[in-house]
Write a protein that binds this ligand. Structure first.
Ligand SMILES: [Zn+2]
Length: 542
C-alpha cells in the first residue's frame, strides 16, 4: 500500500502530483526502530569513554560533507551514536539510567546525539527521599516528590536498579533477597519496588517502573527475577503491565556457582507466558569486546574482582552508585556462551512478542550495532546452529536452542524492535504507520516473498544493517546506509499534572543545602535547556 506523509506525520493522502515518491516496491516498510534501553549519554557513558582509549582507536567514524567525525566501538561519541542508529532505521532511543544529579550532563549529551528522538529515566530506587517516604508509608508524598523529580530532571520513567542494594553499597554491603533490610533506612527491596510501582500508577506515568533486578549477574538469580515479577502481581491493572524487567538475560541464571551456572529462561518464559503484568527486554550478549556500565555499583565491583580489569566506581551523593568495567564475551567460555543462549531462549520461548523486546543493554551485552546479528539469530535456525557450532561444548550441551524451532516472522520482528517498545513506553505516535503517527519510517531492502530460506540469515543481516531509507519526521535522513540529512531529534519528558503539592518546601531546600554539593536552585533543568523539548502532559490519578 501507499503511505502518505505530510508535515512530519502519516496522513490519509497527499497530492500525488506534487509529492516526492519513494519507491519501496519489493522492500519491507516498518515504523522507525525504537530502542527501550541503551546507555548512550551522561556521566557514566562519558566516564566509560575516558576509561577506554583503546575502544576509540579501533573504530573511527570518518567525517563527510554532512556528518561529523567520531570514535568509539562500544561507547561511540554522541554524533556517531546518532548516525549509527539512523543507518539501521532507528528513530527513537531511550537512555535508561540517569542519576538525577547528572541530568544536566545527560541532556547535554542527548542534545548532541542527532538523528533520533530520545528520553531518559532518572534513577529513583535508592534515592534518599524516596526511601524515607516509602519507609514511612507516605505514598502520596512520594508520588508528589517523583512528579517534581520528573520535571526537575526532564525524565521519562522511574528507573530502579538493584533496589536497596545501591544504598547498601554505600555501607560496603549489598542486599541478597527482596526482604533484606537496607542499612539505616530500614526498608526492603520489596517495599521499594511495590512503593514505586504504586507511585507510578498514581502518577499515571507513560511507562511502567523499569527494573534492573537484585542479584543481577549471579548464578541462581532467576529466582530473584521471578520474585520481583511476583511481588507486584497484585498491583496489575487488568492486562496493563505494571513492571518492565530490563536486560532479563542477566537475571535468568540457574545454578549455585559459575561451574553449575545454566539457563533459567524456561522458568521465566513460563511465568511471563501466563502473566500480563510484565514486559521484558533481552539484554542479548554478543561475542565481542565491550564495556559494561551500570548504576549497580556492587555488581561492577564483583565483575572487577572476577576479571581484574580496569574499573570505575562512583557514589553519586544521596542518589545512586555506578560502576564501569571493560569486558570481552568469549565463544569458548561456558558462562558467556550460556548467556548468549539465554537471551535468545527468552525471546523465542516467550510466545507473545509484545512482551519481550530486542536490546543488548548497549553496551553491556555488546554494542547496538550488532542488532542485525541478533535479528538473524531470531529469524533463522540456521544462523543459531552456525553460532552454536562454534561455542563452548559445555554451553552447547546445556543450551535449549537446539530444541527451539521457532523463527520470528517479519511481523514479529517489527513488534520486538519497534511496535512493542513504543507500546510499552506509551509513545502512541511511534511504532506504527497509522494515520496520525509520526512519519518515522524504515525501509529495508528485503523482499519477504523472495527470501531463500537457507540464506535468510545472510539476507536479513545485510538488509537490517543498512536501511534503504530512514525517514525521520517526514524527511529522508539516511539512504542505503548513508546519512543524507543530519537532523536534531526531540527530547521527551513527562510533565505530570497533579493536585498533589509538588512545589518544593523549605525542608527539601534545607536538605539540599545539607546533603548535596548542588543548591536546589541549580538542580532543576529548565525546559529551554533542551535542544528540542517535547513535554508529554500526563494527568495523575491524584
Ligand atoms: Zn542498562
Amino acid at each position: 500500500m501507499d503511505i502518505a506523509i505530510k508535515d512530519g506525520k502519516i496522513v490519509e493522502k497527499v497530492d500525488e502530483k506534487k509529492a516526492e515518491v519513494v519507491d519501496a516496491s519489493g522492500m519491507i516498510v516498518m515504523p522507525g526502530g525504537v530502542d527501550i534501553h541503551c546507555h548512550i549519554a551522561g556521566a557514566e557513558v562519558n566516564s566509560g569513554r575516558l576509561l577506554r582509549p583503546e575502544d576509540h582507536v579501533k573504530d573511527v567514524e570518518v567525517k563527510t560533507a554532512l556528518t561529523r567525525s567520531g570514535v568509539g566501538y562500544s561507547i561511540p561519541s554522541t554524533f556517531t551514536t546518532g548516525y549509527r542508529y539512523s543507518r539501521m532505521g532507528y528513530t527513537t532511543v531511550m537512555n535508561p539510567s540517569m542519576p538525577p544529579l547528572e541530568a544536566r550532563h545527560t541532556h547535554e549529551e542527548l542534545d548532541d546525539t542527532p538523528m533520533v528522538d530520545k528520553a531518559t529515566y532518572p534513577l529513583l530506587g535508592d534515592w534518599w527521599f524516596v526511601l524515607e517516604h516509602l519507609r514511612d508509608g507516605l505514598i502520596e508524598e512520594c508520588a508528589a516528590h517523583v512528579a517534581w523529580m520528573m520535571t526537575a530532571t526532564k525524565g521519562y520513567a522511574i528507573k530502579i536498579v538493584n533496589p536497596g542494594g545501591l544504598e547498601s553499597w554505600g555501607f560496603g554491603r549489598n542486599v541478597k533477597s527482596l526482604d533484606d533490610h537496607v542499612p539505616y533506612f530500614n526498608i526492603t527491596p520489596r517495599e521499594i519496588l511495590r512503593g514505586l510501582c504504586k507511585v507510578n500508577k498514581l502518577l499515571n506515568l507513560p511507562h511502567t517502573i523499569h527494573v534492573h533486578t537484585n542479584n543481577l549477574g549471579k548464578p541462581g538469580n532467576y529466582i530473584t527475577a521471578l520474585e520481583t515479577m511476583k511481588c507486584v502481581e497484585d498491583l496489575a491493572d487488568g492486562n496493563r503491565p505494571v513492571i518492565h524487567i530490563t536486560h532479563c538475560q542477566f537475571c535468568a541464571f540457574k545454578g549455585s556457582d559459575w561451574q553449575t551456572m545454566s539457563s533459567g529462561a524456561e522458568e521465566i518464559a513460563k511465568y511471563v507466558n501466563h502473566h500480563n503484568h510484565v514486559t521484558l527486554d533481552m539484554g542479548q550478549v554478543i561475542f565481542t569486546d565491550t564495556t559494561t556500565m551500570t548504576a549497580d555499583g556492587p555488581f561492577q565491583y564483583g565483575l572487577y574482582t572476577l576479571t581484574g580489569n580496569k574499573w570505575v566506581n562512583h557514589d553519586v551523593e544521596t542518589e545512586t552508585t555506578s560502576g564501569i568495567v571493560p569486558f570481552r564475551y568469549k565463544r569458548k567460555s561456558a558462562v558467556h556462551a550460556t548467556q548468549w543462549s539465554i537471551g535468545l531462549e527468552l525471546a523465542l520461548l516467550i510466545k507473545d512478542p509484545w512482551k519481550i523486546y530486542m536490546t543488548t543493554d548497549h553496551p553491556n551485552g555488546g554494542p547496538f550495532t550488532a542488532y542485525p546479528n541478533i535479528i538473524a539469530w531470531l529469524m533463522s535456525r540456521v544462523a543459531r546452529k552456525k553460532t552454536l557450532s562454534k561455542i563452548s561444548k559445555r554451553a552447547r550441551r546445556k543450551s535449549l536452542l537446539p530444541s527451539i524451532d521457532r523463527e520470528l516472522s517479519f511481523y514479529e520482528l517489527a513488534i520486538v524492535t519497534r511496535a512493542g517498545q513504543a507500546k510499552a513506553l506509551s509513545l502512541t505516535q511511534k511504532g506504527h504507520l497509522g494515520v496520525g503517527a509520526d512519519a518515522d519510517v524504515a525501509v529495508y531492502n528485503v523482499n519477504p516473498e523472495q527470501v531463500d530460506p537457507s540464506k535468510k540469515y545472510k539476507t536479513v543481516r545485510r538488509a537490517f544493517k543498512r536501511a534503504a531509507y530512514t525517514i525521520k519526521g517526514g524527511e529522508i535522513v539516511a539512504k542505503d546506509g548513508q546519512i543524507v540529512r543530519p537532523i536534531f531529534g526531540k527530547t521527551f519528558w513527562v510533565d505530570v499534572k497533579t493536585s498533589l503539592p509538588t512545589e518544593v518546601n523549605d525542608d527539601l531546600k534545607r536538605k539540599f543545602r545539607e546533603y548535596w554539593t548542588v543548591e536546589y536552585e541549580n538542580y532543576s533543568i529548565p525546559d529551554r535547556f533542551l535542544h528540542v523539548p517535547a513535554p508529554i502532559p500526563v494527568k495523575a490519578e491524584v
